[in-house]
Design a protein around this ligand. Structure first.
Ligand code: NAP
Length: 340
């Protein structure tokens, strides 16, 4: 008897940092994968074709999330969709609507509508703890769980466009699912670090490179929630495969201050400059978040030390820590709040 065809799923923004690890994981678990990229011929997406299992089980589709027809073609025949694509801008946002809000919010709606039209059974949307943290009404010191939402008006007033976009996009996704009978689950990762599969440096890796190389700006000793990119991929697949998963899942296992990141890395890599960091402790000023809901599904993230050390090992191998003339080390604009 012929064996049944493998389950078929789509990953949007397949060439990005998080999505590439998810595509790799899905292929390793026997899924047939449709990955959307904006330009399949761009060398920055070539790593996808080299993944184990890619020749037999990976199809690339050209799709911008603002192109509904292209999305419909990509999700056709898929039982599940992972919507990962969304801009994570490293530079200052000059036109919030076109650069961030529209691709995040309209893009999410377009993906969901394509899913409804193509009988997709379950959609996992990648949100962010950016959609959790920025809530000035949350009682000080109370642990933030999935009931805590960032205040989109507060974010927009502060021109925190990424945060506003992720919050509105996640709200839109869950509301759409409820109103239209589509099974939508969201996952909110914190700062994602760990080795890269794609050739270009993504925005959060640039933050760690800045901390290691010691950029010119003094940094605040803020507590950072960090999760490993491989554990994010695991979390996305876990909530997809768990039949009863629902609502949002915070994916933020550990936190560590800037000074403690520097201390930890200096033990294994003493020869980098590292950032100068103020001594003030912000630990008690920033309410912690909990990932208990995700852990109760069976999610087991690795230790943060492994993530940080694997990141540096990878950066060294890829040459990301070398000085390049004319390219000063820069702190992505998204993280300027963390400097003086
Ligand atoms: N990295 C983190 O720390 C972190 C934390 C929490 C949540 N997230 C979320 O995780 C997801 C992936 O982020 P990442 O860190 O992997 O960043 P990334 O490597 O920059 O990936 C972003 C992806 O989105 C795609 N994209 C952007 N605008 C698009 C558009 N209009 N149409 C189609 N694709 C578009 C990009 O495609 P191109 O290559 O064509 O630009 C890229 O593949 C995002 O939803 C982000 O908000 C990331």
């Amino acid at each position: 008897m012929a064996s049944p065809p493998p389950p078929r799923v789509c990953v949007t923004g397949g060439g990005g940092y998080v999505a590439s690890w998810l595509v790799k994981l899905l292929l390793s678990r026997g899924y047939a994968v449709h990955a959307t990229v904006r330009d399949p011929s761009d060398p920055k997406n070539a790593h996808l074709r080299r993944l184990d299992g890619a020749p037999e089980s990976l199809l690339l589709f050209k799709a911008d999330v603002l192109d509904r027809d292209a999305l419909a073609a990509a999700v056709a025949g898929c039982e599940g969709v992972f919507h990962v694509a969304s801009p994570v801008p490293a530079d200052k946002v000059l036109d919030p609507e076109s650069e961030v809000l529209s691709p995040a919010v309209k893009g999410t709606l377009n993906v969901l509508q394509a899913c409804s039209a193509n009988n997709v059974q379950k959609v996992v949307v990648v949100s962010s703890t950016a959609a959790v943290h920025y809530n000035p009404s949350w009682p000080h010191g109370r642990i933030k769980d999935e009931s805590c939402w960032s205040d989109k008006n507060f974010c927009m007033k502060n021109e925190n466009w990424y945060t506003a976009a992720k919050t509105i996009a996640e709200e839109t996704a869950l509301e759409y699912g409820e109103k239209n009978g589509l099974n939508v689950v969201t996952v909110c990762p914190c700062i994602v670090l760990g080795p890269l599969l794609q050739p270009l440096i993504n925005t959060t890796s640039e933050l760690l490179i800045y901390i290691i190389k010691g950029g010119p700006r003094l940094m605040k000793n803020l507590p950072w929630n960090i999760v490993d990119v491989r554990d994010v991929a695991d979390a996305l697949l876990l909530v997809y495969e768990k039949v009863g998963s629902s609502g949002r899942y915070i994916c933020a296992p550990d936190r560590i201050s800037t000074n403690d990141i520097v201390k930890l890395l200096k033990k294994s890599y003493p020869n980098y400059n590292y950032v100068n960091c103020e001594n003030k402790d912000y630990e008690s000023e920033v309410s912690p978040v909990t990932s208990e809901k995700l852990k109760s599904l069976g999610w087991k993230p690795r230790k943060m030390e492994e993530t940080l050390l694997d990141s540096v090992e990878y950066f060294e191998k890829a040459g990301f820590l070398q000085d390049v003339e004319g390219c000063p080390c820069r702190l992505p604009h998204l993280f300027h709040f963390a400097s003086d």
